[in-house]
Design a protein around this ligand. Structure first.
Ligand code: NAP
Length: 408
């Protein structure tokens, strides 16, 4: 893209290929169909994008939240964006005087610098997250110290609990953050595999307290979205790792899906399958602090096909009832009706309503994309049954940083 002396400037919306996990949320959200993708990158068509920001908040990684000031006559083309492995730096533009740059361009450039573009803010009492400490160009190296199958032998899914130790390398994470793994080797086009993102499943002080390690919850992918047998590159690499092997890690990522820290704060967690990873981290953080009697409730809605498929089922069931209110939804348990988390939210309507009304309760959704609309509909039903207006409450939950969604 060439710089120009013309005063015709614009802000171009771009997607960071380094941290995009290709979840398609942005493409599905964009009201004007400005976002498209190839086998590798998601890109934004400058000619179509209206800078409406609708795609910003739903993006789980923040990859969507990138902007460059460009000459209107020479924006980055789709071809250029498809070829990127990382975003180009802001180019040198010859801006004669600040007043020549349109207000919207200035405003969005400020947003770009702040990196906040419309994502939900973390709870006011969340700890300060560190983000983007390690890049693809300079990843951290971690050693595998654990790789345990979580799902029963009879289970259809191979879900694993993988522990990575960072040794003397600082890799600070908070519950709710994610990290990226760089699988070795090249893809079909001879380019390095793109980064795979996983939620951290351990609390901030380590999978083992005061060790410099993190745990991940990873399901071996054996078929694609259409159900055709395909081995997922990242998940199979991770699930096959042996103790002592090393892994290249980037991140950490995520500055929004973070837990509250103030005494008396409650957490409602809703997840399916491996979407349980951040919920395990938050629950374990609270469990380690139980003796402090800081108050607040934990309510969990957790969906899996069958008992054997539910990661962390054993340890979860050992937690005291007055510490966490557990609601398990099994969709394929023989002899039982198909149950989804949203069915249990409706069944527990009275308690859900109480927590929806409570400004000290923060709500987290993580897991399958399909669950998101089902859960939000269930909230709507609970609200209408108990005299609350969901259409008014939902935006309020977002502005008060009380509703956090990460669905893929
Ligand atoms: P899964 O085993 O395929 O499904 C878990 C449960 O969700 C099943 O009981 C399933 O029921 C049910 N379900 C399916 N559609 C639903 C809907 N519309 N509403 C409510 N429940 C529904 O789950 P998974 O393969 O582990 O997938 C978990 C998701 O979490 C993935 O999208 C993954 O990308 C995401 N995630 C993973 C991580 C990580 O760190 N690994 C972190 C965050 C998010 P049926 O199949 O019987 O219909």
């Amino acid at each position: 893209m060439a710089a120009t002396a013309s005063a015709e400037y614009a802000v171009q919306h771009l997607i960071d290929p380094e941290i995009c996990i290709r979840c398609n949320t942005c493409e599905a959200t964009c009201p004007v169909k400005a976002i498209t993708h190839d086998a590798r990158n998601y890109v934004v068509d400058f000619k179509i994008c209206k800078l409406c920001n609708d795609c910003i908040a739903p993006c789980p990684t923040g990859a969507i939240d990138n902007w460059r000031q460009v000459a209107k006559s020479a924006p980055f083309t789709l071809e250029e964006q498809f070829s990127w492995d990382s975003l180009p730096p802001q180019g040198e533009l010859q801006v004669a005087a600040d007043s020549e740059v349109p207000a919207q361009v200035r405003e969005l450039t400020e947003i770009a610098t702040a990196g906040q573009g419309g994502a939900v803010a973390p709870p006011w009492s969340a700890s300060h997250p560190y983000a983007n400490l390690y890049s693809i160009a300079q990843p951290a190296t971690a050693t595998v110290t654990g790789n345990l199958r979580l799902t029963g032998e009879q289970a259809s899914a191979d879900v694993r609990h993988i522990v990575l130790d960072f040794g003397n390398t600082a890799f600070p994470v908070l519950e709710g953050q994610t990290l990226g793994v760089l699988p070795p080797g090249l893809d079909g086009n001879g380019r390095p595999h793109f980064v795979r993102l996983y939620s951290v499943a351990s609390p901030r002080d380590g999978e083992r307290p005061h060790y410099n390690n993190v745990a991940l919850t990873i399901k071996r992918v054996t078929e694609n979205h259409e159900g055709t047998a395909t081995l997922g590159v990242g998940s199979n690499y991770m699930c096959d790792l042996k103790i002592g092997e090393t892994v290249r890690v980037v991140g950490p990522y995520g500055t929004s899906f973070l837990m509250p820290n103030h005494p008396g704060s409650s957490i409602m967690m809703i997840c399916t399958g491996t979407g349980s990873a951040p919920m395990r981290a938050m629950t374990e953080r609270r469990r380690r602090r139980m003796a402090l009697k800081e108050g607040g409730e934990l309510m969990l809605f957790f969906g899996a096909r069958r008992r054997e498929e539910l990661p962390y089922f054993g340890p979860l069931m050992k937690l005291p009832k007055d510490f966490i209110d557990i609601n398990l939804a099994f969709s394929r348990e023989p002899g039982q009706p198909k149950t989804y988390v949203q069915d249990l939210i409706r069944a527990r309507g009275r308690d859900v309503e109480r927590l929806l009304r409570d400004d000290n309760c923060y709500i987290y959704l993580c897991g399958l994309k399909g669950m998101e609309s089902g859960v939000l509909e269930a909230f709507r039903d609970v609200c209408s049954e108990h005299g609350l207006d969901w259409d008014r409450l939902k935006p309020e939950l977002r502005t008060k940083s009380r509703l956090h969604i990460e669905t893929y």
